[in-house]
Design a protein around this ligand. Sequence first.
Ligand code: NAG
Ligand code: NAG
Ligand code: NAG
Ligand code: NAG
Ligand code: NAG
Length: 949
Amino acid sequence: MVIIFRTLVSMKFQPLWLLLLMIFCAFPRHDAANSSDVASEANALLKWKASLDNNSQASLSSWNGNNPCNWLGIACDESNSVSNINLTRVGLRGTLQSFNFSLLPNILILNMSYNSLSGSIPSQIEELSNLNTLDLSTNKLFGSIPNTISNLTKLKYLNLSVNGLSGPIPTDVGKLQSLLTFDIFTNNLSGPIPPSLGTLPLLESIHLFENKLSGPIPASLGNLSRLTMLSLSSNQLTGSIPPHIGNLSNAKVICFIGNELSGEIPIEIEKLTGLECLQLADNNFIGQIPQNICLGGNMKYFTAGNNNFTGPIPESLKNCYSLKRLRLQQNLLTGDITNFFDVLPNLNYIDLSENNFHGNLSPRWGKFRSLTSLMIANNKLSGVIPPELGGAAKLQVLDLSSNHLTGSIPQDLCNLTLLFDLSLSNNNLSGNVPMEIESLHELKFLELGSNYLTGLIQKELGNLHNLLSMNLRQNKFEGSIPFELGNLQYLSSLDLSGNMLSGTLPPTLGGIKGLETLNLSHNSLSGGLSSLDDMISLTSIDISYNQFEGPVPDNQVFHNVKIEALRNNKGLCGNVTGLEPCPSENPNDHNHTTRKVLITVLPLTLAILMVALFVLGVSYHSRRTSRKETDQVTSLRSASIFPIWSFGGKVMFENIVEATEYFDDKYLIGVGGQGAVYKAILATGQVVAVKKLHSVSNEEMINHKAFTSEIQALTEIKHRNIVKLYGFCSHSQYSFLVCEFLERGDLKKILKDDDQAAAFDWNKRVHVVKDVANALCYMHHDCTPPIVHRDISSKNVLLDSEYVAHVSDFGTAKLLDYNSSNWTSFAGTFGYAAPELAYTMEVNEKCDVYSFGVLALEILFGRHPGDVASLSIGITSTFDQMALMDKLDERLPDPTSSTVKELVSIVKIAIACLTESPRSRPTMELVVKELAMSRSSSMSSTELKDLIR
Ligand SMILES: *[C@@H]1O[C@H](CO)[C@@H](O)[C@H](O)[C@H]1NC(C)=O
Ligand SMILES: *[C@@H]1O[C@H](CO)[C@@H](O)[C@H](O)[C@H]1NC(C)=O
Ligand SMILES: *[C@@H]1O[C@H](CO)[C@@H](O)[C@H](O)[C@H]1NC(C)=O
Ligand SMILES: *[C@@H]1O[C@H](CO)[C@@H](O)[C@H](O)[C@H]1NC(C)=O
Ligand SMILES: *[C@@H]1O[C@H](CO)[C@@H](O)[C@H](O)[C@H]1NC(C)=O
C-alpha cells in the first residue's frame, strides 16, 4: 500500500489521484488509521481549503505540498499524523461541509474559533473519535448541533458559543464523560437543558447564557460536585431553583439573570460558602432572600434586582467585606437601612432603589472608599443628606431621588468631583443650590426637580461644561435665567418649568445649539423669543404659562408645535393654529432689532467670557495636570487591565494615556452620550480617536466572556463604511475604546456649520446616504447574529476627507450602555428613536431602519426633520412629495434634474423607513437595493418639472 501511495503522490494528474483516494477511503476505518497516512491527511485538508473563498485560501498559502506538519495552524504527533488544527482568527470564510473528517482520525484539537465559517456542523464530526478539544466559537454556524457530537467521548473542552445555532441541545450529552467545560452561549438554542448534563463527573463549567432554552433547571445538575461556574442567564427557563443546587460545593459563580424562574430561593444555597457571584436578577422570585448568603465571606457580586423579594436585606451582607457589587433594586424589600451596613471597603456599586426601605442616610456612606455608584431612589428615606457623604471620593453616580429627604444640599457634596450623575429630584430639599457646585466638572446629569429649592439659579451652573441634562423643575427658584447657561454647549435637555423665574430670555441661550428639549413653562418669563431662533436641534418645547410676547421663531420645532405648549402667554403671534397671525405691516422689524441687540451684545459677552475662561483655564489647568500626573503614574503601574486589542496590548494602553496626557482637554474633540472623545497621535504617527467611557467598570462585566467576545467580534469587522474599532481597554480609572480617526468629524457638526454644509453638495449627500445604508445592511444581514446599532443619528456618522461616511459606535451602544444589565431601557437619541421604543423594550434591526429614515431626511434637509409622524401622513401623492422637495437644504443650489430623481427616491425610501409599524418598514437590504436603482428610476419630464419648483 505504501508503494501505491508513493507513486500516487508523485503523480501530477490530480483528479485521477483524488478519485483513487476516495475509493481507497471506503475501506474499513482501522486500515486507514493504521496507515495514518500523511498524504491522505494533506489531501483532505487541501480539498477543504479549495472549498473556502479566495481570501481564506490566500491566508492558507502555506498549505501546499504533501507534508501538512509545517502548514499554518497544523501540528503533528510523533508518527507525523495531524494531531492539532488551530486556525483561530485566520479570517476563514466557507463551510465545514467538504471537510473529510474520516481522513483525519488522529486529531486531538480542532480550534477554528473567530472566523466566518457558516453552514451547519456536519454530523460526520463524530469521526474525530480522539478529539479532546472542539472550539468552533464565534463563527456564523447555523442549523442544529448534530446528535453525533455525543459520540466524541474523549472530549474535554467543547465550545460552540457565539454562532447562530438553533434547535435543542442533544439529549445524549451525558455520553461525554470526559467533559470539563461546556460552552454554547450566545446562540438560538431552544428546548430544555438535558438532565443528562448532570451525569458528567468531571464538569467544571457550564455556559448556556443567551439562548432560548426553556423548561426547568434539572435537579441532576446538583450532582456536579466539581462545577465552579454555572451560567444560565438570558434564557426562558421556568420553575423554581432545585434545592439540589446546594450540593454544588465547589461553585463560585452562579448566574440565573433574565429568565422566568419563580418561587422562593432554596435555603440550601446558603451551603455554597465559596460562592463569589450569585445573580438572581430579572426573574419572578418571591419570599425572603436567604439570610446567610455571604456566610463564607467570599461573595463579591450579588444581584437580585427586579423580582418580588420581601423582607429585609440578608443579615450576612451587613459585614460582607468581600462585597463589590450589590443590586437589590425593584423588589418589595423593607427595613430600616440607617446603619445597616458596616463600612464595606470593597463595595463599588450598590443599588437599593425602588423598595420600601426607611430610615436615614447614614453618615457612614462617606467612608465607603471604593464606592462609585450609590442608588437608593424611590424608597422612604427621611432626614437630611449628611455632609459626610462628600467623603466618598470615588462616587460617580448618586441617586437619592423620590424619597422624603429634607434640609439643604450640603456644600460638601461638591467635593465629589468625579460625579457625573446627581439625582436628588422629588424630595423635600430646601435652601439654595451651593455655589460650589461648579466644581463638579464631570457632571452630565443634574436632576434637582420637585423640591423646595429657593434663590437664584446659580450662574456657576454655567461652568458645568459637560452637562447633558439639567432639570430644576418644580422648585421655588426666582430671578432671571443667567446668561452663563448659554455656555452649556453639550446640553440637550433643559427643564426650568414650574418656578418663579422672571425677566427676559438671555440672548446667549441660542448658544446651546444642540438643545433638543426645552421646558420653561409655568414661570413669569417675559419678552420675545428671538433667542430661540438658532436652536435648530429643538424637537420639543413648552413655554406655556409665562408672559412671552411677539412672533414665535421660524424654526422647525415651532412649525409643528401644538398650541398647548404656547398658551397662556401675553401676546405670541405667528403661523400656529390657535395663535393670531403676526401683524403683517413690517414683519421683519422685530427681527431686525433683536439682531442688532445680538450683534452688539454677543461679541462683548463673548469677549468677557473668553478672557474669564482663559484666566480660569490657565490656573486650573496648571493645578490639575501636576496633581493628575503624580497620581496616575503610580496607579498605572498597579493597574488591573482588561484589554482587547487587535494590536498592541498593555503597551498600547500606556501609549494612549501618554498620547492624550492623561486625557487632557486639549486633545478633546467631542462629547457624546457614551463619553468624551480625544484625538491621540501615537508614537508611531498613527492617529486614532479615543473614546473615554463614563461607566464601564470591571465589575460591570460579569458576563466577561460574552463581553470580551462581543468586543472582539467588533474589532474584527472590516467595512468601508464602518469606523474601525481597534480595541477596548478597561482599567480602574479609565475605560476607553480606540477607533479610527476621521478628518471631517460628525455629520451633525457639518450640517450645523453653514460653510461646511455648503461644501457638502447634493452628490456627496446622496453618497453619504448610500454609505450609511451599506453599513447598516452589512451589520444587519452579513453578520450572524445581526448587529443592531441602536443609536443611529447624525452624531454617529463620521466623514473622512473624501466625504465617505463611516458609521461609528456599531454594537457598542448595547455593550456600553450605562447600567449594562438593564440595557433594554436604552432608547437611542431623542428624535431618532423608533416610536415602538416608547412602549416595548424590543430593540431590533427595524429600530435602526427608522433612525436611518430620520437621518436620510436630515441629510437632505440640512437639519433634523422634526416631527416625522406628521410628515409621513398620506405621503404617497406627488403633491406631498413636492412639499417635501420644498424642505431641501436651502444652503445648496437647486439640484440638477438627474439629481432630483435620486433625491425623490431617497425621500420616498426614507418615508417608508418611518412607517410606524416596525414590520412594515423595509429591511436595509431592500433599502440598499432601492437606493441603487434610484439613479435609473424613470420619471416623466412633466413630473420632473413639477418637482424642480
Ligand atoms: C492557537 O493559535 C493562536 C494564535 O496563533 C494561539 O494564540 C493559541 O494559543 C493557539 N491555541 C492552541 C490551543 O494551540
Ligand atoms: C453516534 O451517535 C448516534 C446518534 O446519537 C448514534 O445513533 C450512533 O450509534 C453513534 N455511533 C457510535 C459509534 O457510537
Ligand atoms: C411582582 O408581583 C406583581 C403582583 O403579583 C406582578 O404583577 C409583577 O409582575 C411581579 N414582578 C416580578 C418582577 O416578578
Ligand atoms: C470637603 O472639602 C472641604 C475643603 O477641602 C473640606 O474642608 C471638607 O472636610 C470636605 N468634606 C468632606 C466630607 O470630606
Ligand atoms: C402656515 O403654515 C402652513 C402649514 O405649515 C403653511 O402651509 C402656510 O403656507 C403657512 N402660512 C404662512 C403665511 O406662512
